[in-house]
Ligand binder design. Structure first.
Ligand code: SAM
Length: 353
């Protein structure tokens, strides 16, 4: 029958070798898909590939020779420009997004204003090129408000904003609609966690859904008090605590750090993480009351990109001295990521005197 294709069944573990052997004899039909059935592969063959030729090519790798319907490979565009040529005006193609954020199985696109009316076409084209995502969203507006969240619009796939994101094996429950999370802070979460030592008492003052706290407690026998004013963020952190095997302890707290920190700490914290770059400078008095002499503060801020290191160094010295405390040492000042044109998010690791 003409709609049936001959195939060679081989064990998955022999798949690569069998493909090479069949290709060498020009027997493999590369236009058709390879089918996967339990621990075997069905390699599609040209119509005239006989049992004798296939047996000769594969020897005892061949488990079965047969015929069945095998679909041809889907052929389509390989880039978003290709997919949208003829759909978008040609002069706009160069504005198509080249990067995206992946949060769990959700992809997030940033659509330039000029392309806004084509956002659904762009979302669908992106999704057909990246079918592993269940959902494609686009950002609507800026991060804002006390909870540092933004709106998203569904472009393609399943309507959802909740997912589980994995960083260095750490599983993090995220709901983009109700609590802050950025996959771009992955290396920063890891960098800070790597500095923690077993036995430390850590205060994560603006924990969000808790990525710093989770990275730390996954790797160290430390106690992390993880505070956020947003109850949705802390509810998500509680979900993550159920999903990870931790060496340390995380104490999730819904509270305003202005009140909670002075009421609960008195120069007895080894390390404080202040990852709230638009607001951390308002909490210097509280943090200085909490941290012990010789303890470390990881302070984050948005700074104009020109001379960013010196600007941040001067700012933290001024803030801490103004609060009546001494800086023993500024251990590190470095860029975390670009946050806006001509502006960067920076971190300073400061040892308090
Ligand atoms: N550390 C988080 C991370 O790495 O994903 C980022 C958190 S986000 C930039 C800042 C967080 O500060 C938000 O989750 C917000 O709800 C929280 N926040 C704002 N004001 C606060 C306050 N007064 N007390 C405690 N948390 C606050």
């Amino acid at each position: 029958m003409t709609d049936e294709t001959p195939y060679a069944r081989v064990a998955v573990k022999n798949g690569e070798l069998a493909k090479r052997l069949l290709q060498r004899q020009h027997l493999l039909d590369t236009k058709r898909r390879i089918l996967h059935e339990s621990d075997t592969l069905l390699l599609p063959l040209h119509q005239d590939a006989s049992l004798e030729e296939v047996t000769q090519a594969l020897g005892n790798l061949l488990l079965e020779y047969g015929r069945r319907e095998i679909p041809v490979k889907r052929r389509g565009p390989s880039t978003i420009e290709e997919a949208l040529t003829g759909v978008l005006p040609r002069h706009l193609l160069h504005l198509l997004p080249r990067a995206y954020d992946a949060v769990g199985n959700i992809a997030i696109l940033e659509i330039p204003r000029e392309l806004y009316e084509y956002r659904f076409e762009i979302g669908r084209a992106f999704h057909s090129l990246h079918p592993n995502f269940s959902t494609v969203l686009c950002k609507r507006g800026a991060i804002s408000g006390i909870t540092r969240t933004r709106d998203y619009e569904l472009l393609s796939g399943v309507r959802k904003t909740k997912t589980v994101h994995t960083e260095y094996g750490c599983r993090i429950a995220v709901d983009l609609a109700v609590a802050y999370f950025s996959p771009r802070l992955l290396e920063e979460h890891h960098r800070v966690a790597a500095q923690v030592e077993d036995g430390e008492s850590v205060l994560d003052m603006f924990t969000g859904v808790g990525p710093f706290a989770l990275h730390i407690a996954r790797n160290h026998q430390a106690t992390v008090t993880a505070i956020d004013i947003n109850p949705h963020a802390i509810a998500l952190l509680r979900e993550s605590l159920e999903m990870n095997r931790l060496r340390g302890t995380v104490i999730p707290v819904v509270a305003d750090a202005h009140q909670y920190v002075p009421a609960n700490f008195d120069h007895n914290v080894d390390r404080v993480i202040m990852n709230h770059p638009s607001g951390a400078s308002q909490f210097i008095a509280e943090v200085c009351l909490a941290v012990r002499g010789g303890g470390i503060i990881h302070y984050y801020d948005f700074v104009p990109s020109a001379d960013a290191k010196n600007r941040l160094r001067e700012k933290v010295l001024h803030l801490i001295n103004n609060a009546g405390y001494e800086v023993a040492k500024i251990c590190t000042v470095q860029r975390v990521r670009d946050s806006a044109p001509y502006e960067v998010q920076m971190v300073a690791d400061i040892m308090i005197g």
